[in-house]
Write a protein that binds this ligand. Structure first.
Ligand SMILES: *[C@@H]1O[C@H](CO)[C@@H](O)[C@H](O)[C@H]1NC(C)=O
Ligand SMILES: *[C@@H]1O[C@H](CO)[C@@H](O)[C@H](O)[C@H]1NC(C)=O
Ligand SMILES: *[C@@H]1O[C@H](CO)[C@@H](O)[C@H](O)[C@H]1NC(C)=O
Ligand SMILES: *[C@@H]1O[C@H](CO)[C@@H](O)[C@H](O)[C@H]1NC(C)=O
Ligand SMILES: *[C@@H]1O[C@H](CO)[C@@H](O)[C@H](O)[C@H]1NC(C)=O
Ligand SMILES: *[C@@H]1O[C@H](CO)[C@@H](O)[C@H](O)[C@H]1NC(C)=O
Ligand SMILES: *[C@@H]1O[C@H](CO)[C@@H](O)[C@H](O)[C@H]1NC(C)=O
Ligand SMILES: *[C@@H]1O[C@H](CO)[C@@H](O)[C@H](O)[C@H]1NC(C)=O
Length: 808
């Protein structure tokens, strides 16, 4: 009887959120395959970019289908007609073309560079799950080591096909938009210096459509069979065990990706204590072949080489991360993350600037005591470092010997078909089964569904984020406004937040469109002479327990392009967003952008020696168009009294404005992803993760609108014998401020090599975050096996785990 009650408490929330009709093994198998497919497709594109960095043309060609096509536009004016683009069919021809195209800028010749940035994916998987389309933004930085350079930017609109259970590129289509050289900078490639609008593979109606259950109805009516086997390769239903395992695999991947991306933001700010706290106690940093001494002191010594802790006036230590591929080991105990990191380094006081191009290949391990991932080794292969003034064309400033031999290429993405279930139980699995078998299966399926939704939320959030990025680049005001929930809000930079898609659209149109127009017109010359590309990169995505809401941090790396060569700069900012699942679509709930942290005046001047371009005189009014200042005031101003501390220093916020080379405060909507601690610079804002919700508009918060607030970090579980008692254990469960652990269930277990035994009482955490449980169980005191303490989470907090080794 008691167990039935427990079950109700633990899973009541889920039962409400899930339509029991979808909870079949067949349905869950199809949905799992859809999420795995999207990830594999992204990994193909990322792998393509990583191979290009090392002249691995054959490997790149092998990512294409047998008769795959590569179509590479020659100039922006040409790309829309096929005749002027190179159109290459078949792997051997593609390999050959890639090699020719790179010439001596192949990443193999000493001093050569072939850096390939490709990110911001919007992936649309067909209803039948067998084909997909993907839009990516791209920028290449090339050099031959003998002075020649190329800079080329554009957009990919690619197609992918699944054959024999593996995804391949069926059509790679590149639309160049701007190009130039290091020395002179770049400019628009279009006719008469313009930029064409690159057509989209998706419509506004499709934007944000959830990955799960998509197309079921369609495929059923087409085939009339009612079956869900839509893939050409027969996708037999998986066992419940395998489903559970593979969903756990996706969940683990999300955690690893967040940790690697989150670590990067600490490095940017030289927050060394925060960086070090993400490592295991014997963690290391390896640069080329040199591994630091294990442990915090060794790590600190490497970090110190980047400079002292914290950023002071004029110091830039920006390290954007691109195209992270994550491989979690089959036993979920180790993981590798590989990608590209670009250092934009500068000291405005000394008027120095530097480029650093590195491939990273980090190793992570799962801390089995707490269930959190940690960094074991940060590993960097340096491709090239260059002084800003001289550029990368001549091979940079690192001695060739320090780069030799060419970086070893670690294995690339692991196809899902190589994954095999192992005897490993995710710790959130219930111990032990306490229901009748059918009951248990139904609950397991509900749990699998929820956990799958959490991973799908990760991809869907990245996807909507990308759609937003592309629409905003093309200044499609009403389209990006409609990516928002009907109750969504967005910060109009320098002014304040506008509530509802209509207001968001109008505030954008009044600012950017001419002649009072509120509708998008791509032929407007003012729009297409220049574009500030918004690279929404390096996501850290925290998903709510039920998978319906998410908090998203992305970098805003802005590269402009215009008609004038060399006049285009770079800028950096940070987005703090939230998304919700609303009527089958992943919608934007909240958008806040903190900008700019740094900027380069123009290409030639770079980011050091920059004259501040925003003065204290700047007021919100000055950033507004006339219409905005008259009848389109924001719903919450950047100068709202409740946001005084949060917005001071940002453009349009309360003065004094801090503009680069001044160093503006950086904000965090989450706690340390390993220790759960606050950011060491105490710039913490959340939850609620929606910026104006704290103080100004509490009614805009997710929780005020029927959504859960995603947890702000890990749940820390500690336990000890109650003072003076040999049989009572006091468990303490801790989240962040305003994240009560109350109601979440705690259980004590012993793990005898995979044989899990309950150990004593179990019960819900109280208001104070504590629960006292009495020990009694099989073999309770006849063994020294550590006591594991599981917390199953609640609507505020993730599950967490602690361990007691002291058996007294
Ligand atoms: C599978 O999902 C469809 C639509 O989502 C639903 O109608 C159907 O009942 C589900 N099948 C089972 C066996 O639950
Ligand atoms: C090219 O641009 C110039 C300056 O903006 C303009 O005067 C001219 O009419 C344009 N030519 C064409 C063919 O669009
Ligand atoms: C991504 O967005 C596209 C179009 O906006 C949509 O068709 C697709 O279902 C979405 N995919 C994912 C993975 O969310
Ligand atoms: C770090 O410590 C763990 C166990 O404490 C050990 O298994 C591992 O080999 C160590 N790794 C290194 C690089 O020293
Ligand atoms: C790095 O290690 C590899 C093998 O592990 C070795 O072949 C190479 O010479 C080393 N390079 C340097 C610069 O020490
Ligand atoms: C734009 O709107 C304003 C007032 O809303 C009006 O005074 C002005 O004439 C309009 N301009 C054009 C070009 O229609
Ligand atoms: C770039 O900025 C520098 C310094 O302000 C200026 O001297 C130079 O003319 C600018 N170059 C271009 C191409 O705008
Ligand atoms: C802005 O004002 C502050 C004092 O309020 C001053 O210290 C700072 O130098 C000013 N910045 C600029 C760019 O004028």
């Amino acid at each position: 009887m008691k167990f039935a009650v427990i079950s109700l408490v633990l899973w009541a929330g889920i039962a409400l959120a899930v339509d029991p009709g979808v909870l079949s093994v067949e349905n869950l198998t199809q949905d799992l395959l859809r999420v795995e497919s999207v990830r594999e497709i992204k990994n193909i594109q990322r792998t393509y970019a990583q191979l290009a960095q090392h002249g691995r043309w054959k490997g790149m060609a092998s990512l294409f289908a047998e008769n795959g096509i590569l179509r590479w536009g020659k100039g922006a004016g040409d790309v829309l007609s096929t005749s002027d683009a190179s159109s290459i069919t078949g792997r051997p021809a593609i390999e050959n073309w890639l090699q020719q195209e790179a010439g001596d800028m192949d990443g193999i010749n000493p001093g050569s560079l072939h850096v390939f940035m490709s990110d911001m994916p919007v992936i649309t998987l067909a209803d039948d799950g067998n084909t997909a389309k993907g839009r990516w933004t791209a920028l290449r930085k090339l050099g031959n080591g003998k002075g020649a350079t190329r800079i080329e930017g554009g957009i990919f609109e690619n197609e992918y096909v699944s054959s024999g259970g593996k995804w391949k590129i069926s059509l790679l289509r590149y639309y160049p938009l701007y190009a130039g050289t290091y020395e002179k900078g770049w400019k628009n490639l279009g006719l008469n210096g313009s930029l064409p609008v690159i057509s989209y593979h998706y419509t506004l109606d499709q934007a944000g459509v959830t990955l799960l259950h998509a197309g079921r109805t369609a495929s059923r009516s087409k085939e009339g069979t009612g079956t869900l086997n839509r893939r050409s390769t027969p996708a037999a239903s998986l066992s419940v065990d395998e489903l559970e395992y593979r969903v756990a695999h996706l969940n683990e991947e999300d955690e690893v990706r967040n940790l690697v991306h989150g670590m990067g933001y600490y490095v940017d700010r030289r927050m060394w204590p925060d960086v070090i706290s993400l490592f295991t106690s014997n963690g290391t940093i390896t640069v080329q072949n040199n591994t630091s001494p294990a442990g915090p002191a060794g790590i600190q010594s490497v970090l110190n080489r980047m400079g002292p802790e914290g950023l002071s006036h004029g110091i830039l230590n920006e390290h954007p991360i691109f195209g992270t591929v994550v491989n979690v080991s089959p036993d979920h105990k180790t993981a590798v993350a590989r990608g590209l990191e670009i250092g934009l380094i500068g000291d405005d006081n000394a008027q120095t600037g530097q480029w650093q191009f590195c491939v990273f290949h980090h190793s992570l391990v799962k801390d089995l005591d707490t269930g959190t991932w940690k960094i074991q080794d940060l590993r960097y292969h340096r491709l090239l470092f260059a002084d800003y003034a001289a550029g990368w064309g001549d091979g940079g400033i690192l001695p060739a010997s320090s780069l030799d031999p060419p970086p070893v290429l670690p294995p690339y993405y692991q196809s899902t078909e190589n994954r095999r279930p192992v005897q490993w139980r995710p710790f959130y699995k219930r111990y032990p089964a306490w229901e009748e078998p059918e009951e248990e299966t139904r609950d397991r399926l509900a749990n699998i569904h929820r956990l799958l939704l959490r991973s799908s939320a990760y991809d869907e959030s990245e996807n909507t984020s990308g759609s937003y990025g592309f629409y905003i680049d093309d200044i499609r005001c009403s389209d990006f406004a409609k990516l928002h929930s009907d109750r969504g809000h967005k910060l109009s930079p320098g002014i304040g937040w506008y509530y509802t898609p209509d207001a968001i659209s109008l505030s954008c149109a009044s600012r950017y469109y001419r002649q009072n127009s509120t509708t998008y017109n791509p032929s407007m010359s003012s729009l297409r002479s220049s574009v500030p590309f918004h690279w929404r990169l390096q996501p850290v995505i925290l998903v709510s327990r039920d998978g319906r809401s998410a908090t998203l941090r992305t970098r805003n790396l802005q590269t402009g392009t215009s008609r004038t060569q060399g006049s285009n700069g770079w800028m950096g900012g940070m987005y703090h967003d939230q998304l919700v699942l609303e009527n089958g679509k992943r919608k934007l709930w909240s958008i806040t952008i903190d900008e700019f942290y740094w900027s380069s005046r123009n290409w030639t001047a770079g980011w050091a020696n920059v004259v501040p371009h925003v003065s204290n005189a700047t007021t919100p009014r000055r950033w507004m168009s006339r219409r905005q200042s008259n009848d389109l005031l924001p719903d919450v101003s950047l100068r709202h009294p409740a946001l005084l501390e949060r917005e001071t220093g940002f453009n349009g916020g309360p003065p004094p404005t801090v503009s680069w080379p001044g160093v503006q405060r950086m904000w965090w909507a989450y706690r340390n992803l390993v220790t759960g601690a606050m950011p060491s610079d105490s710039s913490y804002w959340g939850p609620p993760g929606c910026v104006p919700c704290r103080g100004a508009k509490p009614e805009w918060a997710l929780t005020a609108n029927g959504y859960q607030e995603p947890p702000s970090g890990p749940t820390i579980v500690t336990a000890d014998w109650l003072e003076g008692s040999g049989v009572d254990i006091e468990v303490t469960v801790k989240g962040g401020p305003e994240e009560s652990a109350r109601g979440g269930w705690v259980q004590l277990v012993l793990d005898f090599n995979g044989e899990i035994t309950k150990f004593g009482e179990e019960g819900p955490v109280g208001e104070d975050g504590k629960v006292v449980l009495r020990v009694r169980g099989p073999g309770a005191f006849g063994t020294t096996v550590p006591i594991q303490v599981f917390y199953f989470g609640n609507e505020n907090l993730k599950p967490g785990k602690g361990i007691m080794r002291d058996r007294k």
